[in-house]
Design a protein around this ligand. Structure first.
Ligand code: PMP
Length: 421
């Protein structure tokens, strides 16, 4: 893939259109893919891999699912964009509101970044407050105010933030550790009247997967409600993945605003933010908080999202859970047999095996993992035909296209790789 990468690097910064794709977290040259089929991706040299990246989450139905592709082709033939209302937007919005009772209204955008950016603008607009609380190691896209001690690529590259984010803006963002409500309580007691919103991933996925500790989300709900702070769940990764109604349904906590992405667009560029009617009614044109988009609610993306959500019935979530459990227990057994310390965290079909012993409950626990060891594991798996995320601080995603045989082959590859580390 060297030649492809060199060619790309001449015209694209780092040869990639999103940093984590460049393999900086594991070393080596990124694989260029030619196509995807179900649970597999095939590279430009014709080698096939079992894929656990799934485009970083959207492909819960697998690559090129016939229902999704059929829907997109049918829609494409009727026009790819109108920049005017189209009923298919309402149809997807109805599906979202039906699955997520905390969303009375939903506004579609084109990326997770736009969803979180718009949600915090709305929170600031309605509260008249400027400050935010975010969680160390949570990633919400490359929004200026949220690129502070963020996860995902920022964490993989070891960056505290990004040049280009004005200090005056970064200063408005308070960062607290995951799974500990006490610093939030302290902040709200001293600065509660200045804080517009608390945003978090209810299940962290961008420092590797970390579930919320029992009672954590509930306490955040109580604290934010008591101080008039808008609670935003960033469900870009967890939405429609960990439960038909997202992490908020799984843990029984209703946020004020929710952000969605990935699965909601079924592999095409769609994302959304939604929530309480009184808040969402403040968005233009009904209210003064401005947010817009030429391709927002794009019909192809709406159709891919609809077809994907329609595949996600109770049986689908049971299947995802069973396959993911098989993966987790098989990997734990393989690690034990190889004498390698692994701690695996999983919520439904998203999980991370951290190369360290002991529980991983927050950013500091996650960064104590042996990333070099992960890099060797990643490349061993790649050689054996398994495509994992090219960073320790990401999730592995199981899709409906994976089979028990795929999982078993993956575990065999992991057993060999772990023994050879
Ligand atoms: N929020 C979360 C929780 C995410 O995982 C991501 C992307 N990985 C984003 C926001 C940003 O989404 P996008 O890359 O579509 O802008």
């Amino acid at each position: 893939m060297r030649a492809e990468f060199d060619r790309a690097r001449r015209v694209i910064p780092g040869g990639v259109n999103s940093p984590v794709r460049a393999f900086k977290g594991v070393g080596g040259t990124p694989v260029f893919f030619d196509r995807g089929e179900g649970a597999r991706v095939i590279d430009t040299a014709g080698k096939s891999y079992i894929d656990y990246v799934g485009s970083w989450g959207p492909l819960i139905a697998g690559h090129a699912h016939p229902a999704v592709i059929g829907g997109v082709i049918e829609q494409a033939a009727r026009g790819t964009s109108f920049g005017a209302p189209c009923e298919i937007e309402t149809e997807l919005a109805e599906r979202v509101c039906e699955r997520v009772p905390a969303c009375a209204r939903v506004r579609f955008v084109s990326s997770g970044t736009e969803a979180t950016m718009s949600a915090i603008r709305l929170a600031r607009g309605v509260t008249g407050r400027d400050e935010l609380i975010k969680i160390q190691g949570c990633y919400h896209g490359h929004v200026d105010s949220l690129l502070v001690e963020a996860g995902s690529g920022v964490m993989t590259l070891g960056l505290p933030g990004s040049p280009g984010v004005p200090a005056a803006l970064a200063e408005l963002t308070h960062v607290v550790p995951f799974n500990n409500p006490e610093p939030v309580e302290k902040l709200l007691t001293t600065r509660g009247k200045e804080i517009a919103a608390l945003i978090l991933e209810p299940v962290a996925g961008n420092m590797g997967v970390i579930p919320p500790a029992p009672g954590y989300l509930k306490r955040l709900r109580e604290l934010t409600a008591a101080h008039g702070v808008v609670l935003i769940f960033d469900e870009v990764m967890t939405g429609f993945r960990v439960h038909r109604g997202g992490a908020q349904a799984l843990f029984g906590i209703e946020p004020d605003l929710s952000c969605f992405g990935k699965v909601i667009g079924g592999g095409l560029p769609a994302a959304a933010y939604g929530g309480r009617a009184d808040l969402m009614n403040q968005i233009a044109p009904d209210g003064p908080v401005y947010q817009a988009g030429t391709l927002s609610g794009n019909p192809l993306a709406m159709r891919a999202g609809m077809e994907t959500l329609d595949l996600l019935d109770d049986a689908a979530y049971r299947r995802l859970e069973n396959l993911s459990e098989r993966f987790e227990t098989g990997l734990a057994r393989a690690a034990q047999e190889a004498g390698v310390s692994l701690t695996s965290n999983r919520v439904g079909s998203m999980g991370t095996a951290f190369f360290r012993a002991g529980t991983v409950r927050n950013h500091d626990d996650a960064t104590a993992a042996d990333t070099e060891c992960y890099g060797r594991f990643f490349h061993g798996m790649l050689e054996r035909g398994v495509y994992l995320a090219p960073s320790q601080f990401e999730a592995a995603f199981v899709s409906l296209a994976h089979t028990e045989d795929d999982i078993d082959m993956t575990i065999r590859a992991a057993g060999e790789t772990l023994k050879a580390l």
